[in-house]
Write a protein that binds this ligand. Structure first.
Ligand code: FAD
Length: 284
């Protein structure tokens, strides 16, 4: 189908973009890479009268260091996250997860911020962002505010963003020296996650000293696997400890039921994939 007609603006600053959104009211929508929004427009599931394109705002692209954090611009593409040397060194989990998103065409157009703002429960970037305790920086008519990932994702396709706000950047605490892996299960190559697990752990060589684990598509938002994290810390970095911790992966989850899998199957997948993610991360 062809989208309903709309006006198009392409501001060159964040302030101009926020002003355009505010003036247009609830009929406006931001467009980033268009990889999720364009199909929605073509199916006429959304019919905004104004599209505010962020593509010309240079400040929103790229990765930089800021003390003990990395700052990733919202318009940084998946492809650029995948190959960025700072992310490889300080937040390898993000690179691992981005590797699994769709195909090269989508990764060249789709953006880091667009994936988070879209908040698809099967999307591959929200869980790693939650696991790494990232802060999401939002610009609106009253200035900027910072929201922890645990508060940003609120429900299915619903975030802390108001209609006239823009996600501008993501602050990622450096996880230098952590072992990380993203284990994704899908039925066909390049498809969305049926379930996936984002895992990052730190060891002192023999013992696990810190652990962060979050699950994709095990609820309406990404879910932190706190039972697994608690079971890992203080344990030796062995296959036995991983197996025991992974048994906690499905605790407190309410996975979706759809044509791919029922809740029980997804919970079993979560346990199996958590074990695999941790084993790959630690190298046991
Ligand atoms: P857009 O499509 O432009 O926008 C998406 C939504 O977010 C819109 O509502 C828009 O208004 C809003 N938005 C975007 N940026 C901002 C911002 N900075 N501030 C406020 N609101 C904003 N994703 C996966 O994670 N895993 C997959 O396996 C996967 N497979 C895919 C396969 C195909 C064939 C396609 C087309 C997409 C797939 N995707 C997958 C989605 C892809 O990752 C998209 O890039 C992503 O979901 C949205 O990013 P975008 O930049 O294209 O955003």
């Amino acid at each position: 189908m062809i989208p309903a007609s709309f006006d198009y603006v392409a501001p060159s600053t964040v302030d101009e973009a926020v002003r355009a959104l505010t003036e247009a009211g609830e009929d406006a929508k931001v467009i980033a890479g268009g990889q999720s929004l364009l199909p929605v427009l073509r199916m006429r599931l959304a019919t905004p009268t104004v599209l505010v394109d962020l593509g010309k705002i240079a400040d929103l692209r790229g990765v930089r260091e800021d003390g003990d954090a990395l700052v990733i611009g919202a318009m940084t593409t998946h492809y650029d996250v995948q190959r960025d040397h700072l992310i490889a060194e300080h937040a390898a989990l993000l690179a691992r997860a981005t590797d699994t998103v769709a195909d090269p065409q989508v990764r060249h157009r789709g953006t880091f911020g667009g994936s988070l703002a879209h908040a698809d429960p099967a999307g591959d970037l929200p869980a790693p962002v939650l696991a790494l305790d990232c802060e999401l920086v939002i610009a609106g008519p009253d200035g900027r505010r910072s929201v922890p990932a645990a508060e940003f994702f609120q429900d299915l396709f619903t975030t802390a963003l108001a209609e006239n706000e823009i996600l501008v950047e993501v602050r990622v605490p450096k996880h230098t020296g952590w072992y990380a892996h993203y284990e994704k299960f899908n039925r066909v190559a390049q498809a969305w996650s049926m379930v996936a697990v984002a895992a990052a752990v730190r060891t002192d060589g023999a013992t696990i000293t810190e652990a962060s684990v979050a699950l994709t598509n095990m609820g309406s938002t990404p879910v932190r696997a706190t039972g697994v994290e608690q079971a890992l810390v203080g344990q030796p970095a062995t296959a036995e400890a991983i197996t025991a911790a992974a048994a906690h992966a499905a605790e407190g989850t309410s996975p979706p039921v759809d044509g791919n899998a029922d809740a029980e199957y997804r919970q079993q997948l979560a346990r199996v994939l958590t074990g695999r993610a941790l084993a790959s991360a630690i190298g046991t």
